[in-house]
Design a protein around this ligand. Structure first.
Ligand code: HEC
Ligand code: HEC
Ligand code: HEC
Ligand code: HEC
Ligand code: HEC
Length: 264
């Protein structure tokens, strides 16, 4: 056989062999597989799953601890990230999940569920072929849609729209470092979603603007700001500014409270 035919032939032979091997290796589903493919992981069941249901199998999520020191030997107690210098940051280093679900500050201002972030990504279909543009839940090789994070980790919204002379980092002193100087009267209908505690946020925001700034620029992972819904408020001008014309006027349906959903 000429070398030109030998390679494809070898290729065919080898794929045939691996196919046979794979078939032999296949074992019947174990409990592990059953659990991984538990219907609770996927829509529609995940949409109404409770934290308790998820934690039945995933207790480790809230129990894990951060390493005492990095593999290179830097102790966790000696490192502080820039966002950890906000007034609101308390206590020793914690895992990502605990910071959002079980630290005292998280519990005070938020009421996050596993399903606030996890919407049931399919571990097999990391990228659908052909692409399905209608499937807007799909998170392309990620387990969580980064848009969810953007709500609380975006940049400070456009300061010009707020009538501020510059970014909060420069102009905060002119406004007594107090967002409520304006926000006691502007966009007052806020945070009424099923993963936040709106009254507690207002209370805490009165004591420290870092509470407000924390979720609106102070813990910024992204260069953009979230296009928040623009809920009508008392005393709002009738004319809608150009930048707000395509903004929704209500929160995402998946974040509405049970009462709000019942009213629909
Ligand atoms: C019956 C037990 C069980 C329940 C209930 C369960 N899980 Fe899982 N989950 C598993 C197992 C097993 C895996 C596979 C773990 C692995 O491969 O490390 C898994 C994997 C995951 C993963 C990683 C998926 C990936 O792509 O690697 C996430 C995220 C997850 N579960 C979230 C949840 C959430 C949120 C809930 C509640 C809605 C939930 N699980 C309920 C058993 C369960
Ligand atoms: C603030 C958003 C958020 C919340 C709330 C959240 N998760 Fe996660 N979770 C993530 C992110 C982000 C990852 C990492 C995803 C990746 O690596 O692609 C993750 C990873 C996981 C994993 C797989 C990796 C691991 O660390 O073992 C499991 C299992 C999981 N989460 C379960 C849960 C459960 C159970 C809850 C509720 C008790 C929960 N999560 C709440 C965002 C969240
Ligand atoms: C509802 C608002 C909210 C959402 C949504 C949210 N976060 Fe956070 N995140 C916070 C708050 C508040 C803190 C700071 C808690 C503190 O200072 O104790 C935080 C802290 C963090 C930290 C720092 C943890 C530490 O201890 O150093 C990381 C990293 C982070 N978030 C990433 C994410 C990612 C990734 C997502 C999306 C999967 C996400 N967050 C979604 C509010 C949110
Ligand atoms: C000088 C008054 C003023 C101050 C101070 C101020 N804001 Fe605003 N803010 C506004 C105005 C005005 C709007 C736009 C109202 C509208 O929708 O027409 C706005 C809008 C917003 C929005 C919605 C942005 C969007 O894209 O929909 C957020 C979030 C916000 N402000 C947070 C804050 C936070 C957090 C602080 C403090 C760190 C703060 N603001 C300080 C006046 C102010
Ligand atoms: C834990 C994170 C968090 C904190 C703390 C926080 N916000 Fe927000 N804020 C959000 C999220 C998430 C939304 C969008 C909610 C939704 O989808 O309706 C939002 C929306 C807003 C909006 C738009 C309101 C609308 O719907 O028209 C304004 C204005 C705002 N926040 C100002 C503030 C002010 C002022 C404070 C302090 C008193 C504050 N935020 C504290 C996370 C936070």
């Amino acid at each position: 056989m000429k070398i030109k035919y030998l390679l494809p032939a070898l290729f065919l032979l080898s794929t045939g062999v691996t196919a046979v091997l794979a078939a032999e290796k296949q074992t019947p589903p174990t409990d592990y597989h059953k659990a991984q493919w538990d219907p609770l992981h996927f829509p529609p069941a995940i949409d109404s799953a409770t934290n308790e249901q998820c934690l039945n199998c995933h207790q480790e999520i809230l129990q894990r601890k951060v390493l005492a020191s990095s593999p290179a030997g830097v102790p966790a107690t000696s490192t502080l990230a820039w966002y950890q210098t906000l007034e609101t940051y308390e206590g020793p280093q914690e895992t990502f999940h605990r910071r959002h679900l079980s630290t005292p500050y998280a519990k005070k201002i938020m009421d996050m569920k596993c399903t606030t972030c996890h919407q049931g990504s399919n571990p097999r279909e990391e990228a659908p072929i052909p692409p399905d543009l209608k499937n807007t839940r799909f998170t392309l090789r990620k387990q969580v849609n980064p848009k969810t994070c953007l709500m609380c980790h975006g940049s400070f919204p456009d300061y010009k729209r707020m009538g501020l002379p510059s970014h909060w980092n420069e102009s905060r002193d002119m406004f007594q470092n107090n967002c409520l100087l304006c926000h006691a009267g502007v966009r007052t209908n806020r945070h009424k979603v099923n993963f936040l505690k709106p009254e507690a946020i207002e209370e805490a925001g009165k004591k420290s603007a870092d509470v407000c700034f924390g979720c609106h620029g102070g813990r910024q992972w992204y260069r953009i700001s979230y296009p928040y819904p623009r809920h009508a408020w008392k005393g709002m001008a009738e004319e809608i500014p150009d930048w707000a014309k395509d903004r929704p006027t209500e929160s995402d349906p998946r974040f509405r409270t049970k009462q709000q959903q019942a009213q629909k």
